[in-house]
Design a protein around this ligand. Structure first.
Ligand SMILES: Nc1nc2c(ncn2[C@@H]2O[C@H](COP(=O)(O)OP(=O)(O)OP(=O)(O)O)[C@@H](O)[C@H]2O)c(=O)[nH]1
Length: 247
């Protein structure tokens, strides 16, 4: 693939999932706008923010999708996993039920349910107006097993009423081959670190592979490299690492 002068750009779609009220929207608003809302309303459907960072002199954009945790909105939001190359699975360290749900959220990422949703999505929706379709991502199917994943225990500022230990979070992440981090959207602890770790990991994997593989689609006409995960090989690199925990 040829790189046009000064124009290489990467666009990754990343999703944030987890039970309702674990702090997904606030993690994103803290990262993207340094904002926190104590009275934030439940997300309906999906929202996304695009964040840019420079890695190796390249502009790397992460389009981060915040999906609703509430069951009643899930039929809509599951379609939005399509094209994702990274995922944050968030629980609330003060509510054990949200930790127990992690397995279910992982199941959604792993069991191919999304493939079915994508077909429905393609038939019933027209997203031509959205930016990511212009980058060609909508045309790409992907294998969900290749997604770079981080398990996030949020609300670390409420440690005094913690219901899930650090060790439990770490060990689940290790079992599943995910990164692990505890965060606080309220006081900002580890929020930037968590997002940047996943984005850098995706970039490292993709930039190593993109020159040698058909797995990633280059849209050279737009002077961009738009990347989606499209085979199973990535799982070896993104899911095989040991869990990472920092406080
Ligand atoms: N103490 C504390 N509260 C938080 C933190 N993050 C979010 N909250 C609060 O938790 C509640 C839910 O936060 P949201 O960000 O809306 O949660 P969500 O996961 O996006 O919820 P859904 O949209 O329903 O899926 C709000 O009252 C937030 O202010 C945190 O790190 N610490």
């Amino acid at each position: 693939m040829e790189e046009e002068e000064g124009g290489e750009e990467y666009l990754f779609k990343v999703v944030i999932i987890g039970d309702s009220a674990v702090g997904k929207s606030n993690l994103l608003s803290r990262y993207a706008r340094n904002e926190f809302n104590m009275n934030s309303k439940a997300t309906i459907g999906v929202e996304f923010q695009t964040q840019s960072m420079e890695i190796d002199g390249k502009e790397v954009k992460a389009q981060i999708w915040d999906t609703a945790g509430q069951e009643r909105f899930r039929a809509v939001t599951s379609a939005y996993y399509r094209g994702a190359i990274g995922a944050f699975i968030v629980y609330d360290i003060t509510r054990r039920t949200t930790f127990d749900s992690v397995a279910r959220w992982l199941g959604e990422l792993n069991n191919g349910k999304l493939t079915t949703d994508r077909v429905v999505f393609n038939r019933s929706w027209d997203y031509k107006g959205l930016e990511w379709t212009r980058h060609g991502i909508s045309e790409q199917a992907h294998s969900d097993t290749t997604i770079a994943r981080m398990l996030v225990g949020n609300k670390l500022d409420l440690e005094n009423i913690r219901a899930v230990s650090v060790e439990e979070g770490k060990s689940l992440a290790e079992e599943e081959g995910m990164f692990f981090m505890e965060t606080s959207a309220l006081d900002s602890t580890n929020v930037r670190t968590a997002f940047e770790m996943v984005i850098k990991d995706i970039y490292n994997n993709v930039s190593r592979k993109v020159l040698n593989s058909d797995s990633y689609k280059a849209d050279v006409s737009l002077n961009r490299v738009s990347l989606v995960n499209n085979n199973d090989e990535g799982s070896k690199t993104t899911q095989g690492k040991s869990a990472c925990c920092s406080r």
